[in-house]
Each structure stands twice: as structure tokens, then as C-alpha cells.
Design a protein around this ligand. Structure first.
Ligand SMILES: [Fe+2]
Length: 289
């Protein structure tokens, strides 16, 4: 078995893993990485250069690939077309990527939220375009007792249509958002991790409309929690190099892309691992009536 070296970042989340090739990952190596994944929630593997099918094979160790991601299991996150031309900022796909510059957790707007996400870099811009993550376990621990008691009984709706509308993206139809367009799921603000049992804040840009609060009070509470949560030492930023691969736990982290000059290409490969029905499923509002 290769000697994986797992070095914590120094923030409350994340570790950099070197010394092994994920393409050759065996069961003992996976068990080691799975423990590290549950401890650090974000694992960064520099210089892996996996082929798409190798990335999917790695992701599948952690669970089923989200069905929206099709047969290949790899989705390009890219501002560059196959012919080399670059997307304009008003391109609908670009609008989604620009939206991803706000703190979020993947697929929380779907009935089955994501367990984990894998992202690897192919082409990176000269400046910017990093990814940042924020530790919602540490954020929950840092809350005062009064706030913890207040939010313990609250839930929020999650909607990609809502979060895109907030940044001025006119709804072009449910298909483009990649979800079925049903009622937005309702998710508790505090999520218990199904493996570690640790509580974390479950918020982000898709969250809105807390039942029992006015829309203004809901917005104010969610914005305040987000602002509190996403601060050092609870955040980590990765400056991508081509060939880097990361995996993170969407059940307890938020993440966001950082801006970059859109006249330069940024080409990433994304694979999303579905949550478990027992712990990441949330009914739409109609189902809760
Ligand atoms: Fe994302």
C-alpha cells in the first residue's frame, strides 16, 4: 500500500494528501482516505491527472453518482466550448457558474441533496478561479447557546431558481437548472452528520423562506448566519494547478468558486455523489402539509 501522507491544513477543515496515486487506490488505501474524509471533510490531492473514468471510479467508492450527471459521471465546469471559444457572461450555463461564486452546498435544492463532490482541474486561469470551502461543523460549534436554541427548530426551503433570481438570472425553465421543478425541499438549519454525528449549519445561497418567519426576518437570519460562519479559521482556499483533484463533504461544508477573468479558459471536471435517502432526502413543501 502506498504511504499516503495526510497533512491537515491548519484551518478547522481540510487536509492535503500526497504520496499515493488515486488511479491505483486499493481497499486499504480507501479505508484510510475515508476516515480522513470524515475527519477533515475536504481532501486535496495535488498532481493526480486522472482520466474521467478514473475520477468516476474514485467517486464511486464513496457512493452512487448523482443521476443527473448521466452515464459518464463527469460534468465539465468550463467557460470554454469544445471548439475553444469562450462563453459570454450572459450564457445561461455561465450564469449558473457565476452563481456558484456564492457560498452553497451542492444539490440542496433537490429532494436528495448531495453527499460529496469531486472536482479536478484541467485548465486554470492565471489569476483567481480558486475554490473556497467553509466548515459548518466548526461554525455551529462557535454559535452562542441562544442562537443554537433559536435555530434548532427552524428549517429553510432550498431553491436554485430562488438563488439565481437573487443575482438577476431570469428563470429560463426548470430543465436548465437540472432538477425536476417540484416544490423546494424543506431542510433543517442544523444537520447531524450521518457518520460522525456532528451537528453543522445547513445553509447557503439556495436557502430561503424559513416557515414561521417573515421573508425579511428569514433573509436576515440566514444572511447573518452565513456571514458569521464563513470566516477564518473555518475557511480554506485552494489555488488550483492542472491535475489537482479534491473531494469534499457537502453534508457539512459550504463552498464557492472565486472570480476570474472570463477571457481566459477555466476547465474543470465535476462528479457529484448522491446523498443517502435515509439522511439527505427532504420532501417538497407539498409533502409536508
Ligand atoms: Fe457547487
Amino acid at each position: 500500500m502506498p504511504e499516503y501522507r495526510i497533512e491537515a491544513t491548519g484551518a478547522t477543515l481540510g487536509a492535503v494528501v500526497t504520496g499515493g496515486r488515486l488511479a491505483d487506490l486499493d481497499e486499504a488505501g480507501f479505508e484510510l482516505l475515508l476516515d480522513a474524509f470524515h475527519e477533515h471533510a475536504l481532501l486535496i490531492f495535488p498532481d493526480q491527472h486522472l482520466e474521467p473514468e478514473q475520477q468516476v471510479a474514485f467517486a464511486r467508492r464513496f457512493g452512487e453518482i448523482e443521476h443527473l450527471y448521466g452515464d459518464s459521471g463527469v460534468v465539465p465546469i468550463s467557460n470554454q466550448r469544445h471548439d475553444g471559444s469562450l462563453l459570454d457572461d450572459d450564457n445561461p450555463a455561465m450564469q449558473i457558474m457565476i452563481g456558484n461564486e456564492g457560498w452553497h452546498t451542492d444539490s440542496s435544492y433537490m429532494s436528495l441533496a448531495a453527499k460529496a463532490s469531486v472536482l479536478s482541474a484541467q485548465v486554470v486561469p492565471g489569476r483567481g478561479g480558486q475554490t473556497e470551502w467553509a466548515d459548518m461543523r466548526a461554525a455551529y460549534e462557535a454559535l452562542d447557546e441562544e442562537t443554537r436554541e433559536r435555530i434548532a427548530v427552524l428549517s429553510a426551503r432550498h431553491s436554485l431558481r430562488h438563488s439565481q433570481a437573487k443575482i438577476g438570472h431570469t428563470d429560463p425553465g426548470a430543465m436548465l437548472y437540472g432538477f425536476e421543478g417540484g416544490d423546494p425541499p424543506l431542510r433543517p438549519l442544523v444537520k447531524l452528520h450521518p457518520v460522525t454525528g456532528r451537528p453543522s449549519l445547513f445553509i447557503g445561497r439556495h436557502a430561503y423562506g424559513i416557515p414561521g418567519l417573515s421573508s425579511e426576518a428569514s433573509e436576515s437570519l440566514l444572511a447573518g448566519l452565513l456571514d458569521f460562519a464563513c470566516r477564518p479559521p473555518r475557511i480554506w482556499r485552494h489555488d488550483w494547478q492542472p491535475g489537482d483533484l479534491v473531494i469534499w463533504d457537502n453534508r457539512c461544508l459550504l463552498h464557492r468558486a472565486r472570480p476570474y477573468d472570463h477571457t481566459e479558459p477555466r476547465v474543470m471536471r465535476h462528479t457529484r455523489i448522491a446523498g443517502d435517502e435515509a439522511t439527505e432526502w427532504a420532501p417538497g413543501l407539498a409533502d409536508t402539509a
